[in-house]
Write a protein that binds this ligand. Structure first.
Ligand SMILES: Cc1ncc(C[n+]2csc(CCOP(=O)(O)OP(=O)(O)O)c2C)c(N)n1
Ligand SMILES: [Mg+2]
Length: 576
């Protein structure tokens, strides 16, 4: 049923009497008219009427989180899985101040959300939960709408959804909760925000700039095409591969493009800080990098170390020029990825033979056979080398799973696993905050409903919001949590050790996370031998419940990403 232009207030009614609905009901109806089918919330005076009205709407799925931060992070995960605007709801004052980290992370990762936040009553002489919501939202970079006029209630909701979608940004609607109890005035029917969305033009490549890129592609000895998520969005995955084959170029991806070309013998996988040894090696040799649909973040360029000799070209419909504090390319093309690549391929048949000489049988063998990282470390007895754990898991984890990569030091080790669909890789690294990934994973599991979702997380991050295991149990969600338990904040201990400092403030011991999962009524297993992984994966697939694997990892294996960070810090110390 289309909800546009109908009397939305009629969709949600708490009473049958012939009186207008209350404003919270009218607002809930407007959210419904936007096509909202799922909400993540934590109740208080400011939002409990609205959220309960939402919960009773036909087809609505409601997830009651145990921390407001997680409710918003769940909505982010839900967006990542579905592309729909995520909806969360919190109460006034402390309910709202709890979400500052998630809100900032959503701004940085350009996640469209609408958050319904109650505000303290307009008519209160004094209220303990009074705080300036607008100022908090502004500090996070989120858009704030202070709903004050009953006559404009539809406009507030429409504007919120419009800004969220159009600007890819979180929006907060604050409504005083005494106002929510007033009756809706007789106003025009709700009009969906999508009806007002201006069409986004598809940027067409400039032939002159493309001719220059063509020349560079023909002349390069070691060209690499780096594909980002924009290639996926533009439907240009096969075309980029075709171009690489015509040129004799290598393929690589950004973190968000992870898995895109893992089937290709000349794909080095993710480039940058999360790259394999071979990616770093060819990166040092590259004389031309054409980045397509990629923002060229600090990670992708490994802080400027990834492509030291290459001429950098960026093809993107929003090339950024300067991003994450550095100039990211030498030439820029503002164009749709598919149109730009089609253009170059179209010119190729008329051109001379490319000079590229990097592809060889030996390189293909090295890409296929060499481990991601060849450094040697002695692990302590009873613990596992994370590289072996994820090499084993690569054999067993079905490739169609949605992957949520957690943060911290452990994040390198699972990223280099090969296979998987970039559209099912849900990295939200925009703010560098640990602790949110269990909630992202819940939002994704809620959207999918298949149980084919895996969260890779560290013990410190997981413990930060472990309470959400209760939601997983209560709401019967199925997902797999693989926790790399080094008993520490790995990121901190490796840096403290490198600085010759006491690391004990970041060491906690290996919490029995399997027992904690069982305590919440979920399945929990401890892994101390990689041979357990295959049977456990089969068993997870056969059961209906969520499961946590508490993997006892060594804290002696230092990731290449951490080693590069430590090296860069040493260089800085020497030069200052
Ligand atoms: C909200 C927040 N608090 C603190 C930090 C600093 N920090 C970064 S990584 C990390 C340790 C994470 O530990 P764990 O999840 O066990 O992963 P590990 O590094 O041990 O692999 C910490 C405390 C942060 N990034 N974000
Ligand atoms: Mg840890």
């Amino acid at each position: 049923m289309s909800h546009s232009g109908v009397a939305m207030s009629d969709l949600i009614r708490s009473s049958t009497a012939n009186v207008p609905p209350r404003i919270y009901e009218g607002l809930a109806s407007a959210f419904l008219a936007e096509g909202v089918d799922t909400q993540f919330c934590l109740l208080g005076d400011g939002n409990m009427h609205w959220s309960t009205a939402m919960m009773h709407a036909p087809g609505m799925k409601t997830y009651h989180a145990r921390h407001e931060h997680c409710a918003v992070a769940m909505a982010m995960g839900y967006h990542s899985a579905t592309g729909k605007i995520g909806v969360a709801s919190v109460t006034c004052g402390p309910g709202f101040t709890q979400v500052m980290t998630a809100l900032t992370a959503a701004v940085r990762s350009r996640v469209p959300l609408v958050i319904f936040a109650g505000e303290v009553p307009l008519g209160a002489h004094w209220h303990s939960q009074m705080t300036d919501h607008h100022a908090f939202a502004a500090a996070c970079g989120a858009h704030y709408i202070a709903a004050r006029s009953p006559r404009l209630m539809h406009q507030y909701v429409r504007d919120a959804f419009f800004v969220a979608r159009h600007e890819r940004r979180p929006v907060v609607i604050g409504v005083p909760y005494d106002l929510q109890q007033q009756r809706m005035p007789d106003i025009a029917p709700y009009e969906q925000s999508a009806l007002a969305l201006p069409p986004v033009p598809c940027p067409i490549p400039d032939p002159q700039t493309m001719a220059d890129i063509m020349e560079r592609l023909l002349a390069a000895r070691c060209p690499i095409l780096v594909a980002g998520r924009g290639v996926l969005h533009a439907g240009a995955v096969d075309l980029v591969e075709k171009l690489a084959d015509k040129v004799g170029a290598l393929l690589g991806t950004t973190l968000l493009g992870r898995g895109m070309y893992d089937h290709h013998p000349f794909s080095v996988g993710v480039v940058g800080g999360f790259g394999r040894d071979i990616a770093r090696e060819v990166g040092r040799e590259a004389d031309l990098v054409v980045a397509i649909g990629a923002s060229l973040s600090h990670h992708t360029l490994d802080g400027g170390r990834m492509f030291p000799k290459a001429h950098m070209v960026q093809i993107d419909n929003e090339p950024r020029g300067i991003w994450h504090g550095r100039r990211v390319a030498d030439s820029y093309v503002r164009a749709d990825a598919r149109l730009a690549v089609e253009h170059v391929i179209g010119q190729f048949d008329k051109a001379r033979t490319p000079m590229a000489a990097i592809r060889s049988a030996d390189l293909a063998r090295r890409i296929r056979d060499e481990p991601a990282d060849r450094a040697e470390f002695a692990v302590e007895p009873g613990t596992l080398d994370p590289r072996q754990v994820f090499a084993e898991l690569e054999k067993w984890l079905p490739k169609d799973y949605d992957i949520v990569p957690g943060d911290g030091h452990q994040s390198y080790f699972h990223t280099v696993m090969r296979g998987g669909d970039p559209a099912k890789y849900h990295s939200m690294t925009g703010f560098g905050a640990i602790g949110s990934d269990i909630a992202y994973a819940i939002g994704i599991a809620a959207a999918r409903g298949t149980g084919r979702v895996v969260l890779f997380e560290g013990d410190g991050s997981l413990l930060m919001h472990i309470q959400e295991l209760e939601l997983i149990k209560r709401q019967k969600l199925k997902l797999l949590i693989v926790c790399s338990n080094d008993g520490a904040y790995g990121s901190e201990i490796h840096k403290l050790r490198a600085d010759g400092m006491d690391d004990s403030g970041a060491i906690f011991g290996r919490t029995d996370l399997a027992a904690i999962a069982r305590g919440f009524g979920l399945r929990g297993e401890t892994i101390t031998d990689v041979s357990q992984i295959g049977p456990l994966m089969r068993s997870y697939e056969q059961h209906g419940d969520a499961e946590l694997w508490n993997v006892h990892m060594s804290d002696k294996v230092v990731s290449p990403m951490m080693r590069a960070t430590l090296e860069a810090r040493n260089e800085e110390k020497v030069s200052t």
